[in-house]
Design a binder for this molecule. Structure first.
Ligand SMILES: *Cc1c(COP(=O)(O)O)cnc(C)c1O
Length: 447
């Protein structure tokens, strides 16, 4: 079998050489500022059967995309370590929701679907740097889920140090506890400023001359290493549903949806996709217009909503989707919806009343999108709804709209009980100037 190579979304293929998977993984972003995409989409050699374990299914699906840099045995071992949690496909009750299945992706260590991408990426970077004597420093600016998933996925990985920046006073108490929970190889920094300040500091660090001799990398969904593992749950769900499913994806940066379309190119059965957005409606708006779409999205500010992990004004993975599809193809494949906060709350209530299922706000945006899709398309084929966060992380919204208390998964309940002060012992306080951050990075790199 031929190896899959990766090229930049901005490269004209004839005049720029594509790179191997490990190079795409380690550099994160192409030198021309574009994002890496696979040049071919091999089908998995072994088709999954019911009774498979998730991890072996995932390893079979991923291996053709990342070999020979990673052998099948390596991939199997990585997947066995990371996917040690369940991935249930829950059928919804009630006549309105016939043939609708919720794919619960929130049973990982930080209760968010980001554990899939961040966990596997951490192990992959770890294998590549195991034999090197240069430490890799992973910088992440976060306002929520990404930070704790990356911190967890990269902690205890030899030769890798994570520096995590979050805005003081702008994450919830539980989120902060998840972020600062002491982990080997992770330094959490509370920055005096906003999320944008954190992002600016990370960008400045990448450009800083005093840090140029270090191996710095980033772990957000710009990195194709996050998307490859996310294809596996589409394949897993499709093999367990009768007929050809529509996938409904709660979307922000469009990494998850992009992974779904990549899985489809690699042979996963999918009828079409629903891009479920909150009031940040860039992509649904583009899908509705009739002109040719731009090739990337630039500079839309974001609105704050109750599904805050999807508060993205200018989705970075739009550039990948536009590289893989023409405007026409994208409009045929994807239906977009933008759901207001009011309708999100009502959706949470309605689904609970009609089916007994309790969904978090992100999943509720998706459920409302499915309802509208079925109404607009007048068809009731099978739908798989990706559920991206555990409802217990949004306990007050759930309580207000369903009257129910959801119990914490074990890991969150332990954390919830510990006082914030006790956990904050090792948190670094940083100013909004680069000098503080670079001296911290130099110190970590040298130790
Ligand atoms: C990150 C996140 C999303 C959005 O995923 P994208 O890949 O950025 O589109 C949706 N829901 C939750 C809970 C998230 O943490």
């Amino acid at each position: 079998m031929k190896n899959v190579l990766y090229s930049s979304t901005r490269a004209v293929t004839e005049n720029r050489a594509p790179v191997s998977f490990s190079e795409a993984l380690q550099t994160g972003i192409a030198s021309d500022g574009g994002l890496f995409v696979p040049l071919s989409f091999p089908e998995a050699r072994h088709k999954s059967v019911v009774g498979d374990s998730y991890y072996s299914h995932a390893a079979d699906f991923m291996t053709p995309f990342i070999s020979p840099d990673f052998s099948h045995a390596d991939v199997l071992e990585i997947c066995r370590r990371v996917f040690d949690f369940k991935v249930p496909l829950v059928p919804l009750a009630g006549s309105e929701w016939q043939d609708c299945f919720v794919l619960e992706l929130f049973h990982g260590p930080t209760s968010s679907f980001k554990d899939f991408g961040a966990g596997v990426m951490g192990q992959m970077v770890g294998l590549l740097t195991k034999s090197s004597n240069n430490k890799v420093i992973v910088l992440v600016a976060t306002s929520g889920d990404t930070g704790s998933a990356v911190a967890h996925g990269f902690s205890n990985v030899p030769n890798v140090e994570v520096v995590l920046l979050y805005p003081a006073g702008q994450v919830s108490e539980l989120q902060e506890k998840q972020l600062i929970f002491p982990r080997r190889g992770v330094t959490a920094c509370r920055v005096a400023g906003s999320f944008d300040t954190c992002q600016r500091l990370v960008k400045q660090a990448f450009a800083a001359p005093e840090l140029s001799s270090l191996k710095l990398t980033s772990a957000n969904s710009i990195n194709v290493g996050r998307l490859i593992p996310q294809m596996t749950y589409y394949s897993w769900a499709a093999s367990r549903v009768e007929g050809c499913p529509t996938f409904c994806v709660p979307s922000g940066n469009l990494g998850n949806l992009t992974a779904g379309t990549m899985a489809m190119k690699a042979g996963v059965k999918a009828k079409n996709f629903i891009a479920a957005h909150n009031e940040n409606s860039f992509f649904p708006d583009e899908l509705r217009k009739s002109n040719d779409m731009a090739t990337r999205s630039i500079g839309n500010g974001s609105k704050r909503t109750i599904s805050n992990a999807m508060d993205v004004g200018s989705p970075s993975n739009f550039e990948r989707l536009r590289h893989m599809y023409s405007s026409e193809e994208l409009r045929a494949l994807v239906t977009g919806y933008s759901i207001s906060d009011e309708d999100t709350k009502q959706s949470m209530r309605r689904v609970y009343e009609e089916t007994g299922y309790i969904a978090d706000p992100h999943t509720s945006v998706a459920l409302e999108s499915v309802r509208r899709f079925r109404r607009d398309q007048k068809e009731n084929g099978p739908v798989v709804i990706l559920s991206t966060a555990h409802p217990a992380k949004f306990a007050s919204a759930v309580r207000a709209n369903t009257g129910q208390e959801v119990s914490f998964p074990e890991s969150l309940s332990q954390l919830d009980k510990r006082p914030l002060e006790e956990l904050s012992a090792d948190v670094m306080d940083l100013s909004d100037s680069l000098a503080d951050l670079s001296s911290l990075i130099l110190q970590i790199a040298g130790s």
